[in-house]
Design a protein. Structure first.
Length: 259
């Protein structure tokens, strides 16, 4: 029994091929870039607004549905173009149906996003939710968002592999994100300075080993610290500055009648 030369049983090689397909779709398809960047923005806003986990999962699912249908549409169009180079009604019908699937998924994502964010912008409940300390899902969500940004930077910059190199230093980004979490949540300044110093050592090691340039490690540090500030500091600032009527207001206690 013969096997195709490109088919492999190695899961790591199959994973690499899948990543290459995603990277190719991001580089060559303008709609795919729009969908991915929109998802990153919506996910970041969801973290800032402290959306509940169920609603965040709904946003992620809808965004994934849009990107999956867009990639199927791209694959179908490439297959049709490979089969025929001339106009044919059947080829047009196939492409139109694939594009219609993307349209349906996009409309669904917009409707779900509208319902989720419409329910999240009520000032009373929003203020109470924002002033609460960040939870573990918020940390993990921001960390995943950081990894996605680094990965997309590697794809857009066409430099390095998934785990090494690239126009954004992943090691520097992760180190400074953890340092930013410590700086923004630990009240002792000495602890924050120590965390920043350790992150700087990680960045320096990437430069000394010539895996990244100074510009690339600085880019990772800036993106990580900015993301940490947006997710950890901005929500509480908004929570204390938004007008609300449900936050407890101290009332003067009644004075006893004077005799």
């Amino acid at each position: 029994m013969s096997h195709s030369t490109w088919r492999t049983k190695n899961p790591l090689v199959s994973f690499r091929h899948a990543v290459e397909g995603l990277a190719h779709a991001f580089r060559t398809q303008r709609n795919m870039r729009f969908h991915i960047l929109t998802f990153l923005f919506v996910f970041l806003v969801g973290l800032i607004l402290r959306l509940p986990r169920v609603e965040m999962l709904a946003l992620v699912f809808c965004a994934a549905l849009v990107m999956i249908t867009e990639m199927f549409n791209t694959a179908i169009e490439a297959t049709v173009d490979m089969i025929t180079q001339t106009y044919h009604p059947a080829a047009k019908f196939i492409k139109d149906v694939a594009a219609g699937a993307v349209l349906i998924s996009a409309i669904t994502a917009v409707l779900v996003g509208g319902v989720v964010f419409w329910g999240a912008v009520h000032l009373d409940t929003l203020s109470i939710r924002l002033i609460q300390p960040p939870t573990v899902p918020v940390f993990l969500g921001a960390f995943v968002l950081l990894l996605l940004i680094v990965f997309l930077g590697k794809i857009a910059g066409r430099k390095g592999s998934l785990f090494q190199g690239g126009v954004i230093s992943g090691h520097s980004a992760i180190a400074f994100y953890l340092a930013g979490v410590i700086v923004f949540l630990v009240p002792q300044p000495a602890v924050g300075l120590l965390a920043i110093g350790l992150a700087a050592l990680v960045a320096q090691s990437r430069v000394e080993t010539k895996i990244h340039t100074l510009r690339e490690v600085v880019a990772g540090a800036v993106i990580a610290l900015t993301l940490a500030a947006l997710v950890l500091q901005v929500p509480q600032w908004l929570g204390f500055h938004l007008p609300t009527t449900l936050l407890p207001v101290s009332k003067p206690s009644p004075q006893p009648p004077q005799k």
